[in-house]
Design a protein around this ligand. Structure first.
Ligand code: MYA
Length: 629
């Protein structure tokens, strides 16, 4: 039999280096303590495509085939709702008036309540229309096509406002509150505070349990709360002092509460004056000695951070779907103009500069729409692990919507800049999407760090395996064989072309190469930086971008393949978009993965740090004027 040392000697040098990484590897918090072998066996494999990407592994469970989440009854129900939703925007709602008045008329709001638009996913027994995520995504797309301000009013209510009750409420909490939020009472999600933005765990609002244990007394304030001035029902995150039963030490842990304005002590500031989404209500909310009954804790004391994160993860596809709709209407405006505008004797749609814009705008919309329905479909089919994909989708959708709207304005030229065209409102509205529900900067780091932690965890697993090789021979053999074949050039690049329509094979192979390159790059970075990688944000951002490009490629390939196989009318068009997208995404990925390893780039990053330091020290642009005064 082959000895373990022989196996190691067959592998590339990195493998040997890993096992010496005792002090440097990531994920030490989750290290096995007592029985490593047992833990290794029990470790559940991740089904997330993106998580596995960081190990260079193909995990297609949640990407191919494109999820089909609606049965024929659900499709019929949805079709019956599409017209009333569209008609509402065509006949009742006036986005220009909403924007001008920074409000929505009561009559308009009431029509939305009557339509069931505020309780799309609430089960019918509580007064909602009981739709699933995919159905919600389709309706929200219509909202985003027409009025993002109204979208925020609806989304703050149900995508996050009462989502915690829907997902985690006890039967009593659901009975009591879901009936109300489906019947005219607004809900809001209250996390952000003056000193707690991206650092969601740092809330200062406190809730202290009464001596008799019947209630908590809550004090604190929240800022920028969508629907904050209108809501009666709040999901509030507050720190609760908790005694550790073992050490007796008291620590403060974030806890989620359902707070009813009727408890008393809940007030709000006046509506904020904003750049866009003006008709949605955004306000400060204050909690002063609010008596919150003990039974209004969501999930449990100290579980609030995870509750907040999971609500946000769960709601993000709504934003993605809405922005898919927004991009559709921007593209429609741009194309209507390009088709009829004649310059230099030809309609401008015949010029390459405009064609490239229209093609890129269309691809961004196609990718965004595919992401929205990929995630919502997976969630409907029972996926529990989509946090990285939801974060990627939010980042991609919000940046694409900004880009598409900007390019639409560019195509319309001076006309695009005029208020009457309606694109400047959309531009103001979409700007916030890169900021709220987790800034894109934070979400990029979240994607990169979570993925790296997963890869680091695997390396650590190997380390542990080598401490007790007899018990972990399977794992060691598997890894060694993988590395050995790669070392002698026999390792195969991950391929999934056989799962797709044949005309997409080349694109699938390109994407497969990106996946392989990704895993190798992460490995090299872990070896080089160890734990210190967490501080290398220039690198992390580029890894996140490569993850975005690779995940979006697989998603569009999956969708285009399904369209080709089902011979749907737009299949050809979709496959061209998918191919172009994958080709450019693979080039960007190759570039980004090269940059993170190149000494020259590291030098440039350091120079950028110097520039930033200089400017920050001076407190303004640091150079003198060319005139010297
Ligand atoms: S609401 C305000 C939104 N605010 C944010 O999104 C805050 C952003 N910050 C964060 O997400 C976190 O603080 C970050 C982590 C990510 C920075 N899923 O040590 P940690 C786990 C699952 O890394 P931190 C608004 O804007 C992690 O694995 N788990 O934490 C509304 C670890 O677990 P463990 C997660 O460094 C606007 C633990 O937590 C996640 O403190 C209105 C600690 O992790 C995650 N995501 O911070 C919008 N993150 O201990 C309206 C972390 O087990 C809606 N963890 O290892 C619009 C809808 C659109 C339209 C709809 C139309 C209808």
């Amino acid at each position: 039999m082959l000895s373990v040392s022989k196996i190691i000697s067959l592998t590339p040098k990195h493998f040997n280096k890993f096992v010496k990484l005792n002090t440097r590897c990531l994920a030490t918090q989750t290290a096995a303590k007592e029985n490593p072998a047992k833990e290794i066996k029990e470790k559940k494999e991740s089904l997330s495509f993106t998580m596995n990407l960081f190990r260079g592994q193909l995990q297609l469970e949640q990407v191919i085939p494109f999820p089909k989440a609606l049965n024929s009854d659900q499709s019929e129900t949805l079709k019956m709702l599409v017209d009333p939703f569209s008609n509402f925007f065509a006949e009742v709602n006036d986005p220009v008036k909403n924007d001008d008045t920074a409000d929505v008329d009561d009559k308009v709001k009431q029509t939305l309540w009557d339509l069931g638009a505020f309780s799309i996913q609430v089960p019918e027994k509580y007064g909602g229309i009981g739709l699933n995520n995919t159905q919600y995504a389709r309706l929200v797309e219509i909202v985003g096509q027409n009025d993002l301000g109204v979208g925020i009013m609806l989304g703050a209510h149900q995508s996050i406002g009462f989502k915690g009750i829907l997902l985690y409420g006890t039967p009593e909490q659901k009975e009591k509150y879901l009936t109300r939020v489906s019947n005219g009472e607004y809900a809001a999600f209250a996390l952000t505070e003056p000193s707690c933005g991206s650092d969601a765990g740092s809330v200062k609002t406190r809730a202290v349990k009464s001596a008799d244990g019947t209630h908590y007394v809550m004090n604190g304030s929240k800022i920028w709360i969508s629907n904050g001035g209108w809501a009666n029902i709040f999901t509030v995150f507050a720190k609760v002092p908790m005694k550790d039963p073992v050490t007796g030490e008291t620590t403060e842990k974030v806890t989620a509460f359902i707070v009813d304005r009727a408890f008393g002590g809940v007030t709000n500031g006046s509506p904020e004056k904003k750049m866009g989404i003006k008709c949605s209500n955004t306000a400060e909310v204050y909690f002063e000695d609010v008596k919150v009954p003990a039974e209004n804790v969501l999930v449990g004391e100290g579980q609030g951070f995870k509750v907040a994160m999971n609500i946000l993860n769960n709601g993000r596809f709504g934003m993605v779907a809405a922005l898919s709709g927004t991009m559709q209407s921007c593209i429609k405006k741009a194309v209507e103009f390009a088709n009829q505008r004649v310059q230099f004797g030809k309609t401008i749609n015949q010029y390459g500069s405009i064609q490239e814009k229209i093609a890129r705008m269309s691809m961004h919309q196609y990718v965004t729409q595919s992401l929205a329905f990929m995630i919502s479909g997976n969630m409907d089919l029972g996926s529990q692990e989509y946090q990285l994909e939801a974060a990627i989708s939010k980042v991609f959708a919000s940046e694409s919507a900004w880009y598409v709207c900007d390019e639409a304005i560019q195509i319309l030229g001076g006309m695009g800049y005029m208020k009457d065209t309606g694109l400047e409102r959309v531009m103001r509205d979409v700007r916030i999407f890169r900021i709220f529900e987790g800034t894109n900067d934070i979400l990029r780091l979240f994607v990169a760090l979570t993925g790296i932690q997963h890869a680091g965890g695997h390396l650590q697993e190997l380390q542990r395996a080598f401490k007790n090789p007899a018990a972990n021979l399977g794992l060691i053999f598997e890894e060694a064989a993988k590395r050995a074949t790669k070392a002698v050039g026999l390792g195969s690049t991950p391929t999934f072309a056989h799962l797709l329509h044949p005309i997409l094979a080349e694109s699938a192979n390109l994407t497969g190469k990106s996946i392989e390159n990704f895993g190798q790059t992460v490995e090299e970075l872990l070896i080089k930086y160890g734990r210190g990688i967490v501080n290398e944000q220039f690198i992390l951002n580029r890894l996140a971008q490569a993850a975005i490009d690779t995940y979006t490629s697989v998603v569009v390939l999956s969708r285009a393949s399904q369209s080709l196989n089902n011979k749907i009318p737009s299949a050809e068009h979709e496959s061209v978009m998918a191919k172009v997208w994958c080709s450019e995404a693979a080039s960007r990925t190759a570039y980004n993965l090269k940059v993170v390893k190149s000494e020259k780039s590291l030098e440039l990053f350091n120079q950028m740090k110097t520039i930033s330091r200089n400017v920050c020290e001076v407190g303004e642009c640091a150079q003198n004027t060319p005139l010297g005064f």
